[in-house]
Every structure is written in C-alpha cells, then in structure tokens.
Design a protein around this ligand. Sequence first.
Ligand code: GAL
Length: 991
Amino acid sequence: MTTSRPSGQRQTPYYEDVSPGTGSLPARAWTARTDARDLSLNGSDWRFRLSPSADGQDDAFAQDGFDDSAWDALPVPSHWVLHGHGSPAYTNVPYPFPVDPPRVPDENPTGDHRRVFDLPDGWPAGPRAEGETLLRFDGIESCARVWLNGQELGTFQGSRLPHEFAVGPLLRPRGNVVAVRVHQWSAGSYLEDQDMWWLPGIFRDVTLLHRPPGAVTDFHVHAGYDHTTGRGTLRVDCEPEGRVSIPELGLDLATGETADVPVEPWTAETPRLYEGELTTAGERVPLRVGFRTAVVEDGLFKVNGRRVLLRGVNRHEFHPDTGRAVDEATMRHDLELMKRHNVNAVRTSHYPPHPAFLDLCDELGLWVVDECDLETHGFLALKGVTNPVDTDEWTPALLDRAARMVERDKNHPSVVIWSLGNESGGGRGISAMARWIRERDPSRPLHYENDYVYPDSDFYSRMYLPHEEVELIGRREEPPMGKPEQDERRRALPFILCEYAHAMGNGPGGLADYQRLFETYERCQGGFVWEWIDHGLPRRTADGQPYFAYGGDFGEDPHDGNFVCDGILLPDRTPSPGLVEFKKVIEPVRITPGTEPGTVTIANGHDFADLSGLAFTWSWQVDGEALATGRLELPDPALAPGESVDVALPAPPATDRAGETGWTVRAELAQDTSWAERGHTVAWGQVSGPRAGSGGSTGPRGALMAPRRDEGVLRLGPGVFAPDSGVLRRLDGLRLTGPRLDVWRATTDNDDGAPWQPDTRYGPLWRSHGLHRMTHRTDAVEADGDALVVRTRVAAAASPLALRAVYRWTATSGVLRLRVSVEPEGDWDFPLPRLGVRLGLPAAYGHARWFGGGPGEAYPDTCAASMTGRWHSTVDAMQTDYVRPQENGARMDVRWAELTDRPGGEGLRVEADPAPFWFTARRWTSEYLDAARHTTDLVAGDTVWVNLDHGMQGIGSQSCGPGVLPEYRLDVVPAEFSFVFSTLAPGTAGA
Ligand code: GAL
C-alpha cells in the first residue's frame, strides 16, 4: 500500500476511497447449508495485532513464513475493542472524527488478523481443482484488505454486508494463510453513523465455500399469493438453469417456469413454509418457500390483500459480551422473546442483520423491514460540508450497499419492505438507490423516512411524533410539508412510525394511547418501538462489582452518555417493564368487560389468524385471591380476524368471604409453538364483579382515642410522635421515620428529556425549583378533639412556592389513621413528580405483600399491564435495574400493602382509606437513587424507604419524543388523602 509519493503528494489510500472497493464478486443470494462443501474459518485460531494507525505496516504478515507467535490470540467473529485492545466508544449523531469526507484521521486503529488453516481431506484445491472456492466475509467494520497465501484479494467497505472473493486457485491442502487488515475508520464510516457503539472488527462469519462445476451462482425465488383465488405462484430464476421441486405441492418444474397452485399463504401470524429443493448440475440448495404478496394499494400497506398492523420493534444487533457479533442462539432468543410479547414486526435498524436472523424470521413469523447499512446523520446539522448521499461521487457506494442487501436477502418471505437506510436526509444517491431497488425487486414496497417530501418511499414514515399529530395523519389531514402535489402524494401513502415510544430508562409512557390511534385510523399502520435492547457493556468496579457501562464510561470524548441504553430489554435481555407493557398494549386479542354484567367480550385483533390456536380460562377472585378457576368455552366456529363475541362468565361459587370480586380471563396457547409452550398467556383481561359480603376492610374500627403528652413524647393510640415536629416515631413498638410529605422522584430519562425536545422538560424545571431538596417547617402540633393535628409548610430554598400540609392523626385500638390535606401556595404552573408521604422502616422489613396492581411497576401512562391481584415480593426484587438508576418500582391501585421481616412475619400494614395508592419500597431514598450513575452506586442502607403516593406524574417519552399527555400530568391542586396504619404480629399478614 502506498500512501505517499516521494514528491510528498499523497495518493488516496483505499480506506479513504469512496468507491465500493476492489476484487469482490457480485452480490448474490445468501443460503444456509447446501450440499456443496463449506468450511467455517470462525474460531479462536486467529492471531491479532493492533496498530494505532493505518500507515506504517507492510503486508509481510500476509505471507507464509511470517512469525505471528508474538501476536495475541483473538476469536473471530469479534470486535477487538471488547477483547482488551483499545476501547469501545459511543456517539449518537456526531462523528467521532473530524468531518472532512472522505478523509479519516491518522489515528485510525488498524487490526491485522491472521489465521493458518488446512483444508479438509478431499477439498478440491489448486489451479486445476474442480469448481471454484469462495472466501466469504459476512461483516467487517469498517474497511478490510484481504490476502490469501500472500496474494492480495482486494479491499472493501460496507460493514454489515457480505463480500466474497474467488480463491480456488490460491488454495493448497495444508497451511493456507488468510490475512485481513481491518481499519476502524474509512470513507465507509461516513455512511455508517448509526446511533450505537463504534465497534471495529471481523464481527460476522468467515467461510470458505466450495462451488462445484454447475453450482448455483445466484437464484431468486418469486412466490406470490392471490388472496382472491387462494393460489400461489412460484417461479425460481436461477443461474445456471436447473429444477425446482416442492414435494408437498406436487411441484417439479424448471427454473424460470411458473407454477400456479392452491397454497396456504405465509403471514407473520401463520408462517407457513413449504420445503423444497433447487437442483442444478452441480448443487442442491434447500428452499423454504413462503407464498405472500406485499403491496401498497389504496393508500394502505397490505399483505395478501389485507391491511396489516405493525406491532414492531427496532432491533440493533447487540449482545453485552460480544457486541454486534451475535450468535444464532441469541438471535433465536430475541425472536422468541418478541413473539412471546406479541411483537409481529422488526425493523433491522439500521443495517441488514446477520443473514441467519432472517431465516429465523421466516420460520417464526415476523414482518421484516430490512434496512440498508446507511446513515449520515452527523451531516444533517452541519454547514459547509456536503452530505455524501447527495453527490454523484458517493452514489456507486450507495448502490453497492443497496445491491448487497437486496441480493443477499431477496429470497426471504419475512422481508416485506426494503428500507433505504436511516437519517441521511434526501438526495440523488438516495433516489438512485430507490430506482435501482424498484427495478430489481418490484415485489416489495420501499421505506425511507428522512426525506420529508417522500420521493423515494411508499410510506409516509416519521419518528417520535406526538399523538395529536398521528391523529391528524390518521385523518389524512396532516399539515402541508411540501409543494401541493407532494402533499397530495404523501397524503395518499400509508403511515408508519418507523420509530416511536423511546424506551430509555423508565417507560415509554403513552403506548396505549398510540395503539388506540393505530386501531382507529386505518392509515396508521403501527410502528416500531425504539428500541429492542439497551446496549450496556459489562464492567466491574474496582472492588469487583458488575455493572453495565454506557457512553463516556470508556473515557471517550465526545460521547452521548446513556442514550445508548434505550431498549425494552435490559442489556442482559431481562424484559424491562416497558416490554411487559408493550405486550399488553398490542395483544392481538382484546378481553374486556361485556355489555351485560357477568359477561366478557372477546375480540380477535389478528390480521389473519382465527382464534383456534388459543384456549381461554377464567379465574374468580375475592380481594385478589383466586377462589375458583376453569375453562371458558367460546362458541364455534373460531372467531375470525376482526370478529368479537360476548361470552357469559360462570356464576361465582358461594363464599362467605367478603371483599372485592372479579374475573381474570386469559387467552393461552392451546398447543406448543416454535416460540412458546402451550399455556403461554397471549392476552388477558379483568372484569369486576359485585362486592361480596358486607363491610370493607378499611377504616379505623372501634372508639377513637385521644392524644396525650407523656414522658417527653406525644402518644395517640398505638403511635408515639416527636413532640416538636409531630412526626410519627413508633407504631406499637415498630420504629418508624415519618411519614412525611414527599414530592420528589429520581428523575427518569423521560423526565429529563432530550435537550432538543421542543416542549417543557419537567426534570430540569423541577430541579430549578428545588423540588429535589424540599424542606419541612412545622408550624403547629396540636390536639383537635380526638385528633392530633400537625401543620407544616413544605418548600424549597430560594422559592416562594410551597405546599401547606396538614396531617390529621386519629386512633382506635391498635390502628392509626392519617389524613393529609395539601394546599398549594404560590403559582405552581408545572406538575409535581409525585404527591404522597414517605416513611422509613428498619432494614429487616424487606418482604412485601400487597393487594392491587402488579406484579411489576406501573405509572399513570404505563399501567396497561398492571393486573389487579395479590402479589408478594422482596423489596430488593421490587426494583427495576435501569442501567442509569432512576425512579422505578411503583405499584399502582394498591388497596393494602404489608412489609414484614419474613414472609408471614411481623411488620407494618397500610390500608387505603378508601382511595387506592401508589406503593413503592426501596433500600435507599429518592435523593440517593437520583445521585447514582450506575447500579453499583446503589448500596442498601439501614432503612427500607416506603412511598405511599396519592398521585404520580406520568412518564411520557420525552427522552426522544413527546412528553406526558395532559391526562397523565400531576397538576398541583388542593388534595386530600388518607391511609390506615397498623402493625402485624407474626401469622396475621394478609388478613
Ligand atoms: C433516531 C435514530 C435512532 C436513535 C433514536 C434515539 O433519531 O434513528 O437511531 O438514535 O433516534 O435513540
């Protein structure tokens, strides 16, 4: 490689060349195994050397005799920065190097990879060998130069796209040397500004493929479905010619010939595949054919003649240990998790995934938006530089990327939409890609979001729009954006939110409100939550405690902090509450109270499947405890998509138990599927029944007792209070701190909001008003008849705003009742984070039971999945370990809660009086939680802190989207709420 001439004039090195590269073969369809031989070169036998720059290394390492014994070992696939060579770095929009396309800095980490391998016995090798052998790289970030046995094969860019080289004549039976030089930065990096870690390396498979004479060079399966006749058409184009057989359909035809037969169509709900084979003179290629037709027609995206509703997620490839080198078990696990959570679509943001992932999508059933490896986001806000997507110079590279995606993935029934890339603006390169794809594969609609007059998209697609605007779009009444004819064209397009519901930290809020719009307006065909998984990387503190790191934790500058952790899975793939909520919101069967008491309405919200795959069960509860269960039979025939039925629930069994009654009805898988076992809950609903028995469980019982001063303390019934502050110190001998008024929560990523969000961001506003450091002033501690009344003013330093809080305590034997009245003072023109009381208990009281919403956390706009019932947990398990610690763990609609020293042990009981409350318990205060940056900053103290809230501010998704909708705001108004406190002796819990 020559980078400078004696004259001093620099020749463009290949890694700064905008052209697609040299030496690789034309793109073609990817297949898993065929009967031709292959040899994986993955493994731990690779040797590795890292250099700080691209210059200064010759190609001696590619030669036979080179001594690499001093090099480190590095597995392939991998990213070297995850193996102790350099560090990962995270930026969202900004390029981590000066923007001067196509130049890259001298500091250009360069990894030389080298492996020696033998061919298996009988592998045809050498100049006179039969057939050809290809060397395939499925993904290298960002630029590679490759050699085999000392001979240079070529160079390439396009990180998440395959590149193949013909190597047959160079091979020998033993001691082959494959050498790969990988540069972290290249011209291609300018096209790969996706919001994720920068992770260089050979991160996908390296394979040697034998191509016998007459083997398949490329093939294209065209398998459509005509919903009006129920027939499928099949044509397989192939080079060279051959035959296609699908025994199950009795098909045996020549390539290029069309067959027309009755078939069961492929859909994401019913992923029917027909096994077959493509045979040429030299190869047998297994086929899995799914018949389906995807079109945009009458302003709607339709598959097999029907509008489909996309319940989607954006999926980056990510594993905390291996980065974007994701193994097949993890891919399958992702898809199983998606299917189990009712997700039916995936956008492969923002590059084509590992090809095996698409095989799994075909098999398990997902609508796939396959997105090209293209993003130039960092240019959009810059002046004085030309965005590569709008130049002739870069267009060949863009076309190469489009072709490598389409050719590789064209045979997947799951791929129903091509996407040109992400956030690159519009331009001639983008339009050239669109033209090329439309011509090459007219059978799939095209998606592109980032050119707002949509010349190159069959969808009107946006990100993070407020609900209000989605509603206008649903009515095809959105505000004009371009010229009248452009507006007219756009208004005729189907609408999707290619990203919405930014799942950073606690949230996203408002999912159910979006879903209502998608189910109301046919033009709104759903969307893709941003995003599937938090990209947290595992690290340890100095004393060995594990945590997940985010941007900035590796010392990189610039960086975008924890914006890289915005998934509905935590980095270790634990579903976060956001995914549990999403599953409920998008469930394809709606189970709601029927029109008559004692009935339930079941509605089939699938697009294609009837309900024959589901079994329904009911359970009947009193005060959240199931007393009877059974099967719920639905009338025959099975409900078709769009149909609903009212079903009578069985009469409840006789009981002498008093309390709230209700039914829970569940739709469960009737049989095992490829993604979950029989009995897996797909959907559920609750129907309340009449109150059983008489009387409630709340409220003080017996005669009121009077407060009295005694030995320097105040006593009221079982309570002992501090005489000056009037704060409760003991209840029946149980040591307590508080309760006192509390309004603060450790701000969530959505409270803090992204700086570019246009509407008010409450997190910073709350802090500016000092809500995180409220002080309490006691104005009076007085007896009022049988009540102890404590008058206080709760306010922050430097602020005239205050909340006047009056605590009115009354007691009967063994029971204390607290009524809190809150009167705002001053002009509170913003909502509160929370409104309630906080109290502390000794650390031993770490077991919780409650009757109310559960099992997981809920907030006003994230509560669809909160099921009313009886739940128990430890305080530790009530926490959600968001990668950046923040408010979490509230349980909603709680009627009573208990904290005890062991299951069934002694402790505290709090009852609603009568309004249910929000219940939160943790081993640290909100202030402590707020100060933490990583989970390891949270160290349990000697107190269990309990928040009992009358009101809670919603969550929204302002970390990259709209804030909290007005109906979920906790506006400051006069408020009154009550609780009843008692202690529990061992064995009395839960009565
Ligand atoms: C979008 C972008 C995504 C991601 C997201 C915020 O603008 O397409 O890649 O950055 O915002 O997390």
